[in-house]
Design a protein around this ligand. Structure first.
Ligand code: GLU
Length: 508
């Protein structure tokens, strides 16, 4: 191979929402390109008009932008090889199809869908290839003038590749090693259709990889079966010197059981398989995205990076920059990667812990009335409240529920907690506790408050449980929340005492 600047492409077909597996493919391309001083290109493969879905292209662009996967060239970015949308490159493909026809490496085929169907019914395991093509309606089997007449008459045709049988085809895969097959198992795939003047995926993909000077094709394992045909096309065009290297990434597997991860697994087990919310225009069905479900883009990136690649060390938390430095195709695995979505949550939890309280506060502001935090002591209280509970949160949206009691005093108390924790003498104990707190100068020092309360318990002969449990109940409304003297520090002396008195007068 020549020493060329690495150039990779992410080449999705806009047929619907971008699946999380596609996001991983984009990520690995990006990490490889950036780690090797190369370029990353976004090419939209929209030559299959039947499967085209409105809005899918924009969705792909928005998703990757949210995740911080950036392109050097491509749709929405531009570049020296524009246009990057295959539907806008019709004339280019036409030229290359003609080249193959002239060289006898491809031929015209007129078989109607009905004729193909009848061949399939008559011949077991029918495949359009060297063994069958001479009995079909194509330019190899029909007289030349007949072919000419049909084309002039405007009869619909396709162009098929003429696969030479019994040749060895070797795909050198950077992850899988050498994959060798015999060309006889390939069929004469359609490369181009006169009906819409568009190429099929195979032809457009190869021509563009060549013209766009792609050096590495990194894509999902589901494309491995197409690779021998692609190698064959490079040979037919005489481009083997600049043929890209291949790397087929392992499948993402179901979290449980066997097989490939599907959207249904997400619906069944309750996790998103798309980066952003997606509404299916045909069914109206809405699917949750990682973004709207409360995942941080860094967490999704970190999670996906480790599904099919491992750094060879114990390190689990990686920023994008660290991933770029560490990633290598050699450390990608051949075997499928189980989609452990609980691990995805674990990453989100970790990233949430690393966010500043100020940053997390932004997620909570919409829950409060306008101007609520104009008073700066309230905002300080919010930051302290977040600090005290964030360890318990995986998603920012859980934070409000966790801090709410700091701002809204409980007016009702959990029945089962009352039953368990509120004894006959509890009201008297709480009154004594309120009196104790009243004489303390402040509750700002958690440790000092704790010492005073514990000393008082001991002097009064109360067990800690008899005091602390109902104390928590009156402060929070139930047996939840952070350390009790953290709560009293954040609530302050007056509010803490007020809540004790309200509780002891309300709970019967
Ligand atoms: N258009 C194909 C896809 O949707 C691209 C496959 C490839 O990368 O060659 O994934």
């Amino acid at each position: 191979m020549m020493n060329r600047k690495p150039r990779v492409r992410f080449a999705p077909s806009p047929t619907g929402a971008l699946h999380i597996g596609g996001v991983r493919t984009a990520l690995y391309n990006y990490l490889f390109a950036k780690g090797n001083g190369g370029d990353m290109i976004l090419r939209i493969e929209d030559t299959d008009t039947n499967r085209y879905v409105e809005g899918a292209e924009q969705y792909i662009i928005d998703s990757l932008e949210w995740l911080g996967i950036k392109f050097d060239e491509g749709v929405a970015v531009g570049g020296a090889h524009a246009p990057y949308r295959q539907s806008e490159r019709k004339d280019i493909y036409k030229k290359y199809v003609e080249q193959l026809l002239v060289q006898g490496k491809a031929y015209y085929a007129f078989d109607t869908p009905e004729e193909l169907e009848s061949s399939r019914n008559q011949i077991q395991n029918f495949q359009y290839d060297a063994s069958t093509r001479m009995s079909m309606s194509n330019s190899l089997a029909l007289p030349e003038d007949e072919v000419k007449k049909r084309i002039e008459r405007g009869e619909k045709y396709v162009v098929r590749i003429k696969i030479e049988p019994n040749e060895d085809i070797v795909v050198n895969d950077l992850i899988r090693g050498e994959v060798k097959i015999n060309s006889s198992i390939l069929d004469d795939k359609v490369l181009w259709k006169s009906a819409d003047g568009l190429p099929t995926y195979h032809l457009a993909n190869i021509v563009d990889d060549h013209l766009m000077e792609i050096t590495h094709v990194i894509r999902g394992e589901e494309w491995l079966p197409s690779a021998p045909l692609h190698v064959m096309l490079y040979r037919y065009f005489g481009w083997t010197d600049t043929m890209p290297e291949f790397a087929h990434l392992p499948l993402l597997l179901k979290p449980d059981g066997k097989g490939k991860l599907s959207k249904r697994d997400g619906d069944r087990l309750g996790f998103p398989v798309f980066p952003l919310d997606w509404i299916d225009k045909d069914t109206g069905e809405k699917s949750d995205g990682y973004c709207q479900a409360g995942y941080f883009p860094e967490a999704v990136i970190n999670f996906l990076a480790l599904l099919g690649w491992n750094p060879g060390t114990e390190q689990e938390i990686f920023s994008m920059d660290e991933l770029i430095k560490t990633f290598s195709l050699e450390r990608c695995s051949k075997s499928g990667a189980r989609f452990d979505y609980e691990k995805g949550k674990w990453f989100n939890h970790k990233y949430l812990q690393s966010k500043s309280n100020e940053e997390l506060a932004q997620y909570l502001l919409p829950f409060f009335p306008d101007g609520f935090f104009a008073q700066s002591d309230r905002y300080r209280k919010l930051l302290s409240a977040i600090e005290s509970v964030k360890e318990r949160a995986t998603f920012p949206k859980e934070l409000y529920e966790l801090v709410e009691f700091f701002f809204v005093a409980p007016t009702t108390f959990d029945d089962s907690d009352i039953k368990k924790r509120w004894k006959e003498d509890t009201a008297a104990i709480m009154e004594g506790l309120a009196e104790l707190l009243e004489v303390l100068p402040s509750l700002d020092d958690e440790y000092a408050t704790e010492e005073s309360v514990k000393g008082w318990c001991e002097a009064m002969g109360y067990s800690l449980g008899a005091v602390m449990n109902p104390f928590r109940l009156v402060l929070v409304g139930r047996m939840k929340g952070p350390h009790i003297f953290t709560i009293t520090r954040i609530l302050g002396k007056d509010e803490s005492i007020k809540r004790i008195r309200y509780g002891l007068n309300t709970i019967k």
